[in-house]
Design a protein around this ligand. Structure first.
Ligand code: GSH
Length: 116
């Protein structure tokens, strides 16, 4: 997948969401500029349930990442996408010359205890 710098990713997330932490941490460690789109999970019955957000993520969960016309959901899949789309940014974990754990180790280590 070619590196994309055309547009900044937009991260739909909630500040207390551990899955959202995972993606924010990956974005920040990789030094990727991104925009935040807050989705309040409690206010007004939960903004994740509002039709406008359900058009972005029909599952009604955060995080969701929109980049270059693609919508991605599931925090681990988003972290893996970031590795592919921004290969020249810092990896979110040390690389190991093809042996052992690769760049997926850190995202999996973060809130996996809460959101496997
Ligand atoms: N496996 C998903 C879990 C996503 C998830 O459960 N998100 C929670 C916040 S951490 C959520 O959006 N909850 C809203 C709800 O259940 O209505 C991921 O890693 O992205």
């Amino acid at each position: 997948m070619p590196e994309s710098k055309a547009t900044a990713p937009v991260l739909y997330s909630y500040w207390r969401s551990s899955s959202s932490y995972r993606v924010r941490i990956a974005l920040n460690l990789k030094g990727i500029d991104y925009e935040q789109a807050p989705v309040h999970l409690v206010r007004n019955g939960g903004e994740q349930n509002h039709p406008a957000y359900r058009e972005i993520n029909p599952l009604g969960l955060v995080p969701a990442l929109v980049h270059d016309g693609r919508v991605m959901v599931q925090s681990l899949a988003i972290c893996e996408y970031l590795e592919e789309a921004f290969p020249h940014a810092a990896a979110v974990a040390p690389r190991t010359n093809g042996a052992g754990q690769g760049s997926g180790a850190l995202p999996r280590a973060l809130p996996v205890r809460f959101n496997p």
